[in-house]
Design a protein. Structure first.
Length: 135
């Protein structure tokens, strides 16, 4: 269980580095290669159905990042965090549960702050448009 999660974390770091190299969209072939690598590196570490959880989480989150849709990333990020907490708790990795909970709180707070910033920008644009119309 813990080796699967640790390996998935290393692979996630590599994913972030590779995905950040593309200025525009990440090609589908890069995503498919990434998913294949995740499966190939982790299949020998699966000893129970529960060991599949971190593998599925990392693949689903990679797909969310690949879409570059903020709402997908937000929703799936929260889902994988909750899923990770449950997985770690069942495996007895209580310090990791604490870490996941803190990450989840920080993530939800970031989502909230991003939404607030988006609302402010929308209000500023609306005010600028309404001022230009009155001139």
């Amino acid at each position: 269980g813990s080796w699967t999660g640790a390996l998935c974390c290393v692979i996630a770091v590599i994913r972030n580095i590779v995905f950040s190299k593309f200025k525009k969209d990440v090609p589908l072939i890069v995503l498919l290669i990434y998913i294949a690598i995740v499966i190939l590196l982790n299949y020998r570490l699966v000893h129970s159905p529960l060991d599949i959880v971190p593998i599925v989480n990392i693949i689903v989150y990679a797909i969310a990042l690949w879409t570059k849709k903020i709402m997908n990333i937000k929703v799936i990020g929260v889902f994988t965090c909750i899923d990770g907490v449950v997985y770690d708790f069942i495996n007895g990795a209580y310090m990791t549960v604490l870490n996941e909970v803190i990450d989840g709180i920080v993530g939800v707070r970031c989502i909230y702050l991003l939404n607030q910033e988006k609302k402010k920008k929308t209000k500023r644009k609306y005010k600028k448009k309404s001022k230009s119309r009155t001139k």
